[in-house]
Design a protein around this ligand. Structure first.
Ligand SMILES: [Mn+2]
Length: 357
């Protein structure tokens, strides 16, 4: 359990004039406490309480010994137990995670709170999570190492006749076999004309000569995610396909060169987007340039047209421009980088030269 993280949250509560925050989102609960069982937290400026049931009481004591654990009983609604505890402390204003708490739970909680004001908070803990400490960076680095190894491994499997699903399955087996908790998200493998689907699911389509094959995947290592994408080619690409690949690669390089602490996510996005637009493919790059990665595969900050916040040292973001042409194919190249004062550290080691198999 990280007392430091909880203390930073308590500080934020004071700044925002809140008496407590209820934490229901599992990643936020894990981040603050190290406890990854089911339950929810009530963090007040004075106390850190975990509400959980019999199944997790022992686990909670071991994973988060400094937490106060209140055991829920099957006969009493969980939010009644919680509300009673909050009322006994004489609190006035508590926050809930409006992007996560269900309407049902919210209504239940409200009915038991007898007038304590409930306000929404969306990002109070997510903001703390944007900059990673050394321990977190090590875990993300390790997750990406497994991912790079898996990419090298999968290159041997890419040949005509193999299906997209075959590749996805082999990747999953490999990352688990090599120490990952599992996948960070369901692997994307799209080939041939299907490679124009930015988030297509793998199918039984068989690879054939002339295909772009885009593989977007990541591992989870001790709760932390990695994320990378490579597009490879089966056979020998024609001039047009080679050109498209090189435009995406150059756009990515420009964005990477631009990254450092103090620049905004919006400006990094613009760097890649301007180049792709200039080359005539602006319409074909319809998604954001990148996103933060940590306990969740998509988290703050965003590198997008809306990314107003400035990057800070220790943020971990993806840089993933792409070009997608309907019924023709597409290319995406994605690296995972740590923002530093002067630039970035690229955690993705796999080659970005167009690999032709
Ligand atoms: Mn990504």
């Amino acid at each position: 359990m990280s007392q430091g993280r909880i203390n930073r949250l308590k500080q934020k509560l004071i700044e925002k004039g809140l008496d407590a925050v209820l934490v229901n989102k599992p990643e936020n609960q894990y981040y603050l406490t190290g406890f990854d069982g089911e339950g929810f937290l009530a963090i007040t400026t004075q106390r850190s309480i975990l509400f959980t049931d019999f199944r997790y009481v022992e686990q909670a004591k071991k994973e988060a010994p400094e937490l106060e654990v209140i055991e829920l009983e099957t006969t009493i609604p969980p939010y009644k137990k919680c509300a009673d505890e909050l009322k006994s402390m004489g609190l006035n204003k508590i926050a809930v995670e409006s992007h996560y708490l269900t309407v049902k739970s919210y209504n239940e909680l409200k009915s038991f709170l007898d007038g304590i004001e409930i306000v929404s908070t969306e990002n109070i803990i997510e903001e703390l999570r944007t900059t990673k400490d050394e321990t977190e960076l090590e875990l993300i680095k390790k997750a990406q190492e497994i991912t790079d190894k898996a990419f090298l491994h999968i290159l041997d499997y890419i040949r005509p006749g193999v299906t997209e699903k075959d590749l996805a399955l082999e990747i999953e087996y490999f990352v688990k076999k090599n120490g990952a908790d599992g996948l960070a998200f369901e692997t994307i493998v799209v080939s041939g004309p299907r490679s124009s689907l930015p988030h297509g699911k793998p199918t039984f389509r068989k690879l054939q000569a002339g295909d772009f094959i885009t593989i977007d995947f990541g591992a989870k290592f001790n709760h932390y995610c990695s994320d990378m994408t490579r597009t490879v080619f089966l056979g020998k690409p024609d001039k047009e396909k080679e050109k498209i690949y090189n435009i995406v690669l150059e756009a990515q390089k420009r964005a990477l060169d631009y990254i450092k602490a103090g620049v905004s996510g919006k400006d990094v996005d613009r760097e890649a987007r301007d180049f792709i637009e200039k080359m005539g493919f602006g319409e074909n790059f319809g998604h954001a340039l990148g996103h933060g990665v940590g306990l969740e595969i998509h988290e703050a900050p965003r590198l997008s047209k809306k990314g107003d916040n400035n990057l800070m040292p220790g943020m971990v973001v993806t840089v993933e421009p792409g070009i997608y042409i309907e019924d023709y194919g597409g290319v995406r190249i994605e690296d995972l980088v740590v923002v530093t004062e002067e630039g970035h550290i690229n955690l993705t080691k796999s080659s970005k030269d167009l690999i032709c198999l």
